[in-house]
Design a protein around this ligand. Structure first.
Ligand SMILES: NC(=O)c1ccc[n+]([C@@H]2O[C@H](COP(=O)([O-])OP(=O)(O)OC[C@H]3O[C@@H](n4cnc5c(N)ncnc54)[C@H](O)[C@@H]3O)[C@@H](O)[C@H]2O)c1
Length: 315
C-alpha cells in the first residue's frame, strides 16, 4: 500500500491556496497548512481542519526550526507564503526577510526531508517590463522590486538544492490571477474590484491614458489546477508560465465589466501620459510539461465574478 501523501502548504490561508487545497484534499492529500495567519482566512482553515484532512500549523516561515519540524513526514510541498508586492516597495526589509529567509528555510528543509516534489509560487513580475509578447520562460529577467527580486532568487535557490540534494521542483510564474476570494487591494488586479464597485454605483470606470496597458488575466480555478499538475508532473526543475496567452487591455476590461454589470455607461478616459506596459504569457511549456491549459475565458470569468459580487451584496 502506498504511503499517505502529505503536503506542507505554506501560505495556506491565502487567496490562491483557498482554491488549491480543496483539489488536493479531493485527490487524497493530507494538508499541513503552515501560515502565520497575518492574512489567512481562519474560518476556512477551521472548517477544513474539522474534516480531518488538514491541520493548521500557525507559525512563521522566517523560523527555520518551525519549518523543519512541520516538514517532517511530508511527501510534497507547496510554498506560497509571501508578503505582497505593494508591501515590498513600502518595506523592503520585511519583504526580504519573509521572502528570502522564508524561501530558504522551506527549500532547505524540503531538500533534507527528501520530498518528492516542491512547487513554488513565482510570478510574471520576474520579467520586469517585457521586451516582447508573449513572454517566454527563457526571456531575460529584470525583476524591479524587492518582491520580484526574491521570487527570482527563489527560483535560483531551487536550482541550488536540486544540484546539491536532488530536490525536485517546479516554479510557476503566475500572471494576473483573479477570481472569488481575491483581496481587494491586490496589486495588479485591484482594478477589477475598483471598476465593479464604481459600475454597481452607476459610475463609469475611469481609465488612465487610452487604456492600452494590458494584463494576462488567469482565473484562479484554472491556476489552482496548474499547481496540482506541477506537483504531480513527470517533468520538473523548470520555471513555467501560468497565464492564458491573451493580453486584455484595461479599456477592454472596462467594456467586459460594463457588459457584465449591465449598466449604460461609457468609460471615462483620464487624458495623461501613462507608461504602457503589456503582458501575455507564452504557455507552450505549461501545455507540454504539465498538460495544462486554461479553460475559463476572461469574459466568462469576469461575468461570474460580477454575479458573485451581486449575490453577496444581496445576501
Ligand atoms: N495573486 C496574484 O495575482 C499572484 C500573482 C503572482 C504570484 N503570486 C504568488 O502566489 C502566492 C499566493 O498568492 P496569494 O494572492 O494567494 O497571496 P495571499 O496574500 O492571499 O496569501 C499569502 C498567505 O501567506 C501568509 N503569510 C504571509 N507571511 C507569512 C509568514 N512570514 N509566515 C507564514 N505565512 C505567511 C499570509 O497569512 C497569507 O495567508 C504568493 O507566493 C504570491 O507571491 C500571486
Amino acid at each position: 500500500m502506498s504511503e499517505k501523501k502529505t503536503v506542507l502548504f505554506t501560505g495556506a490561508g491565502g487567496f490562491i491556496a483557498g482554491h488549491v487545497i480543496p483539489m488536493l484534499m479531493e485527490r487524497g492529500y493530507f494538508v499541513r497548512a503552515f501560515d502565520n495567519m497575518t492574512r489567512g482566512d481562519r474560518e476556512r482553515m477551521n472548517e477544513w481542519a474539522a474534516t480531518g484532512n488538514l491541520e493548521l500549523v500557525e507559525k512563521d516561515v522566517r523560523y527555520g526550526g518551525a519549518v523543519r519540524e512541520a516538514m517532517r513526514g511530508c511527501t510534497h510541498v507547496v510554498h506560497f507564503a509571501t508578503v505582497s508586492i505593494n508591501k515590498s516597495i513600502a518595506d523592503p526589509h520585511e519583504s526580504i526577510d519573509i521572502n528570502m529567509t522564508g524561501n530558504h528555510n522551506v527549500f532547505a528543509a524540503a531538500a533534507d526531508e527528501g520530498v518528492q516534489r516542491l512547487v513554488f509560487a513565482s510570478t510574471a513580475s520576474v520579467y520586469g517590463d517585457p521586451e516582447r509578447l508573449p513572454m517566454h520562460e527563457d526571456d531575460k529577467l529584470r525583476p524591479l522590486t524587492p518582491y520580484c527580486i526574491t521570487k527570482r532568487a527563489g527560483e535560483d535557490l531551487l536550482g541550488f538544492y536540486e544540484r546539491q540534494k536532488g530536490l525536485s521542483w517546479n516554479a510557476l510564474r503566475f500572471f494576473n490571477v483573479y477570481g472569488p476570494g481575491q483581496k481587494s487591494e491586490a496589486y495588479y488586479t485591484s482594478v477589477i474590484n475598483h471598476f465593479i464597485t464604481r459600475l454597481r454605483n452607476g459610475q463609469p470606470p475611469i481609465i488612465d491614458g487610452k487604456g492600452e496597458q494590458s494584463m494576462d488575466f488567469v482565473h484562479v480555478h484554472d491556476l489552482a489546477r496548474s499547481v496540482v499538475a506541477a506537483l504531480e508532473s513527470e517533468r520538473s526543475n523548470l520555471p513555467i508560465n501560468i497565464g492564458t496567452g491573451i493580453d486584455t487591455s484595461i479599456a477592454t476590461l472596462a467594456k467586459i465589466l460594463i457588459d457584465a454589470v449591465g449598466v449604460q455607461v461609457e468609460p471615462q478616459f483620464n487624458e495623461r501620459d501613462v507608461l504602457v506596459s503589456r503582458r501575455a504569457a507564452d504557455i507552450t511549456r505549461a501545455k507540454e510539461v504539465l498538460g495544462w491549459e486554461p479553460t475559463i475565458p476572461v469574459e466568462q470569468g469576469m461575468h461570474d465574478l460580477v454575479k458573485l459580487h451581486m449575490s453577496q451584496a444581496a445576501g
